[in-house]
Design a protein around this ligand. Structure first.
Ligand code: ZN
Length: 193
């Protein structure tokens, strides 16, 4: 299986045959490609049957990225050095770099979802909130790190779509719907961005 075969994969399952994901995937080993593909399918499925509230414009943005009505998003493999020394993924503009560690611990679906929220204009609080609200720990969701909390504070506990009450840990959207609850003390895992 080559990367080319994954460039415009036909979507199988409940979506109309012939629709294509406009995500260009490059530099992955075959076994990683399979995991990327499976993770995209999981995210697509979750957007169809949301496990919790999400502002409709964010949901529309994410669907547009996966459906191809948005500019092409590049997904590249980043190995374990450089920008991948710490995080499981990084994004900038329309490019997402997935790191080796994202593949080792079943973390990819949540990591990829986090970065897609960034691509859809989400701030750190948006990405962390929906990652933890929509994905379980077993799917790779990780609670915000002390570094994330520092970012939340620097951004006045605001995201693009959500805001955090630092004393209660409640993250709500602009319709005041509870998205997730964070505890500053809960984090005990590894660092991530
Ligand atoms: Zn992030």
């Amino acid at each position: 299986m080559t990367n080319d075969q994954f460039q415009n994969p036909k979507w199988r399952g409940s979506r109309p045959v012939g629709r294509q994901i406009m995500i260009r995937i490059s530099g992955f080993k075959t076994e990683h490609l399979v995991i990327v593909q499976r993770s995209l399918a999981t995210i697509q499925e979750r957007l169809k049957h949301p496990p919790g509230p999400m502002p409709s414009d964010l949901q529309a943005e994410l669907k547009a990225i996966l459906d191809g009505s948005r500019p092409v998003v590049d997904l590249a493999y980043g190995g374990e050095a450089g920008v991948c020394a710490e995080p499981c993924a990084r994004s900038a503009g329309y490019r997402i770099v997935l790191c080796k560690r994202a593949f080792g611990q079943v973390r990819l679906p949540a990591c990829l979802f986090h970065e897609l929220v960034h691509i859809a204009r989400g701030w750190e609080l948006d990405a962390e909130a929906f990652e933890n609200a929509w994905f379980a720990r077993a799917e790779g969701a990780r609670l915000p790190t002390p570094e994330d909390w520092a970012i939340f504070k620097a951004q006045r506990y605001q995201g693009w779509w959500v805001r955090l009450n630092p004393s209660t840990g409640r993250v709500v959207d602009y319709a005041d719907r509870l998205i997730v609850r964070f505890s500053r003390l809960a984090f005990s895992g590894e660092r991530r961005v």
